[in-house]
Design a protein around this ligand. Structure first.
Ligand code: MHF
Ligand SMILES: O=c1ccn([C@H]2C[C@H](O)[C@@H](COP(=O)(O)O)O2)c(=O)[nH]1
Length: 305
């Protein structure tokens, strides 16, 4: 078994054994621990889970969307990525007095959601009005009170690779209230890069982690980011270190977790990036290729909103 996947499955097992029941904002309820760390050696292979199918398309588009600085779901919706739709959809229902008519997750809610995303695709004014998530990741990465953290980071890695200040923060304290109104205050809060022997590593501090749904995405997303930055800075990839605050499994994901733990992991895939890209802002979806990914079936679960 790859050490990468073992790290993740060990986290699931640890929470089942040691997690304590904790109520949360969404009302769903979790089993939770405070503080945990995993390490992924990216030379071992690309850390995409094989014990359930992970939809990399959503992850790549989401990352390109962050890097582009956008905070409107339109780019994602145009590319059929659904993962950020629920909050704006709920807000849309709320502001039009439709919450009671469409109970969350009912069939009528799902049908209405399809109409909502269709309208986001086709109607620019509607997308501007209802697709905006507020000053979340894209805004903070590229325009933190006027400062472009990603451009700064890439340049700093090139000119000052021994620096201990290679940090990007999405946690802009003065804008958190605004984020919680329309989107979500950043879960992947702060990350730091580290270079040794020509290898680029990154550690992420994630303040809150939905281990079944969010974490597999977060691991893959930061691993993509390390590969991309390594390529544009002429470095090799090192480790991704994933550190957590409140790390939890939602009560309505326990059955899915047990199913996943019953599966024996397979070999990790490899990532092939288009080697011609030398500027972080030039990457497009077609520049990513995952080779040798042979996962088990997807496992469905509801997102706690
Ligand atoms: N409770 C909660 N957990 C999260 O992980 C999360 C949020 N909320 N809100 C904001 C973003 C959105 N994220 C999400 C949202 C949905 C999926 C999800 O449904 N994943 C499915 C299908 C993916 C697809 O259709 O592409 C999966 O099987 O992984 C994953 C991450 C991560 N974040
Ligand atoms: O990238 C992400 C984004 C979100 N999550 C999870 C973590 C929590 O379960 C919720 C956020 O709720 P808060 O009350 O704001 O903590 O979303 C994730 O795991 N990864």
């Amino acid at each position: 078994m790859s050490n990468s996947e073992k790290q993740y499955l060990d986290l699931l097992k640890m929470l089942l054994l040691e997690g304590k029941e904790k109520n949360d904002r969404t009302g769903v309820g979790t089993i939770s621990k405070f503080g945990y760390q995993m390490r992924f050696d990216l030379s071992e292979g690309f850390p995409l889970l094989t014990t359930k199918k992970i939809f990399v398309k959503s992850i790549i588009h989401e990352l390109l969307w962050f890097i582009s600085g956008s905070t409107n779901i339109k780019y994602l919706v145009d590319n059929d990525v659904k993962i950020w739709n629920e909050r704006p959809f709920q807000s849309y229902l709320k502001s039009n007095g439709l919450l009671d008519k469409y109970p969350k997750y009912s069939n009528s809610w799902k049908e209405k959601m399809l109409l909502f995303t269709k309208r986001i695709k086709e109607d620019n004014d509607f997308a501007k009005k209802y697709g905006e998530l507020g000053p979340i990741y894209g805004k903070q990465w590229r325009n933190f009170n006027g400062f472009d953290q990603i451009s700064w980071l890439i340049n700093e890695i090139k000119v000052n690779p021994n620096s201990r200040r290679l940090i990007v923060s999405a946690w802009n304290a003065s804008e958190i209230l605004e984020m919680s109104k329309s989107g979500l205050p950043p879960c992947h809060t702060l990350f730091q890069f580290y270079i040794q022997n020509g290898k680029l590593s990154c550690q992420l501090y994630q303040r809150s982690a939905d281990v079944f749904l969010g974490v597999p995405f977060n691991i893959a997303s930061y691993s993509f980011l390390i590969h991309m930055i390594a390529q544009v800075c002429d470095l090799e990839v090192g480790e991704f270190i994933h550190s957590f605050g409140d790390v939890h499994i939602y009560q309505n994901h326990i059955e899915q977790v047990n199913l996943q733990l019953s599966r024996t992991p397979r070999q990790l895939p490899k990532l092939k990036l288009n080697k011609e890209i030398k500027n972080i802002f030039d990457f497009k979806y077609k520049d990513f290729e995952i080779l040798g990914y042979n996962p088990y079936n997807p496992i469905k679960a509801n997102v706690a909103i």
